[in-house]
Design a protein around this ligand. Structure first.
Ligand code: FES
Ligand SMILES: [Fe+2]
Length: 421
């Protein structure tokens, strides 16, 4: 349970807020690259409480600028892409990706007026089929060289959504492994079962959920802090601590990325705050091919998924939809002043502490964790039961990781009756 002031500090992301200032120290994904092209050259976006226009000019350069033209305030998302920027619809001024006005076609010949006119602009870059933006103080850090952004010869695709809830609801969920058993296995199967005729539901649920009504039970969860965030682990009924779910785990990258996947599928779930009550969820999925397979991919495809069904209820017919339902159904900003955290919530408590500690560092004039200034090569991240490029068995470079005790461990209820239903 938090005080109202603590909840406010953790959730509010506008300019000048402690969390907004912390968030501005990182590159954030804001759109799939393939969304901006000659047929669709501009997009209105909202990031960290600011309305902005993302555009691609005729040369292919991306810009992220304030929406209002400096002349008489026409919205530049209606502009025309030119070789050197975006030309305003109203009187034809052109602004480039630095926000500099570079053309004022109706001003007198030889006028230097344009040199004095500038609008706000933020740096952007494209990587792995995604546009990333940096809205913090100069100089901008590097975009971290995460494996999923850097690997060659893998297949990538992007799934994106706009969520009507605060970003921290997504992150709380990522530090809460126990929801897997309930939200996905039990509730998810129930939701999907309700779409079947009544007489088929029971058999179908059994098939979906395996032996137990809730899938396998988690007997303990563990969390470690590491250089880039927090690593989470779970131990399931019937497994030993040598199981990769426990020994390797998977990370939450500070402040707003979950790494998750299995087998040949790896993923980043990236939660970019649009404002206090809306979040872009940009999911990068990566398939690691079999050894010897050559992947030919010229463009990373993308898809925006509907968050809601036609009847206005949240879609929960897929795993990510169930997560999103859990976040959105808490309301625009979860009321953490009246929540009741139990033993299962130790990861959430840990992460909120890390967020608070890093906000303090920024307030004290320091640089927070996971801001990359030096190129240390590609950063390969742990993900249990997964194949890495060039490895024939799961675990990749983490395969022989010793089984260390986690920093924080929570023992959960022992096995609950598998027939509980
Ligand atoms: S308002 Fe944009 S050029 Fe006049
Ligand atoms: Fe989940």
């Amino acid at each position: 349970m938090l005080t109202a002031a603590q909840n406010q500090r953790l959730t509010r992301v506008g300019p000048g807020t402690p969390m907004g200032e912390l968030m501005r120290r990182y590159w954030h994904p804001i759109a799939p690259s393939a969304e901006l092209n000659a047929d669709n050259p501009t997009k209105e976006v909202r990031i960290l409480g600011e309305d902005l226009v993302l555009y691609r000019d005729a040369k292919g350069t991306l810009g992220l600028i304030e929406p209002s033209c400096a002349h008489r305030k026409a919205n530049l998302s209606y502009g025309i892409p030119e070789e050197n920027g975006i030309r305003c619809a109203y009187h034809g001024w052109i602004f480039n990706e630095a926000g500099q006005c570079v053309d004022q076609p109706s001003e007198p010949e030889g006028s230097k007026f344009k040199d004095k006119v500038r609008i706000k602009a933020y740096p952007v870059q494209e990587k792995a089929g995604i546009v990333f933006a940096y809205m913090g103080p100069s100089p901008a850090p590097m975009l971290p060289r995460w494996d999923l952004l850097e690997w060659d010869n893998v297949e990538r695709w992007v799934v994106a959504m706009e969520l009507p809830c605060n970003w921290l609801q997504c992150m709380d969920n990522s530090l809460d492994p126990v929801h897997f058993e309930w939200l996905h296995n039990y509730w998810g199967s129930w939701v999907l079962g309700m779409e079947k005729p009544p007489e088929e539901r029971e058999a179908w649920k059994k098939q979906m959920q395996g032996e137990g009504a809730r899938g396998r039970h988690e007997v303990k969860v563990g969390f470690d802090r590491f250089e880039y965030g927090v690593i989470k682990r779970r131990l399931m009924t019937g497994d030993t601590e040598e199981n990769e779910w426990w020994r390797i785990g998977h990370p939450v990258l500070f402040p707003n990325i979950l790494r998750v996947g299995q087998q040949r599928n790896h993923g980043f779930q990236m939660r970019t705050p649009m404002d206090d009550t809306h979040t872009y969820h940009i999911v990068l999925r990566v398939r690691v091919p079999e050894i010897g397979e050559v992947v030919e991919q010229t463009e990373v495809p993308y898809k925006y998924e509907n968050v809601f069904k036609n009847d206005g209820r949240i879609r929960a017919d897929w795993v990510l939809g169930q997560d999103q339902a859990a976040w959105i159904m808490q309301g625009p900003i979860s009321d953490r002043t009246t929540e009741a955290l139990g033993v299962t919530d130790v990861g959430i408590i840990l992460y909120r502490k890390v967020l608070e500690e890093q906000m303090q560092i920024v307030e004290d004039g320091g640089e927070p964790m996971n801001v990359h200034r030096e190129d240390k090569g590609v950063i390969v991240l742990p993900q249990e039961h997964s194949y890495y490029p060039g490895y024939e068995v799961t675990g990749g470079p983490f395969r022989d990781k010793p089984n260390l005790k986690p920093l924080i461990e929570a023992q959960l209820a022992p096995e609950i009756d598998a027939n509980f239903a």
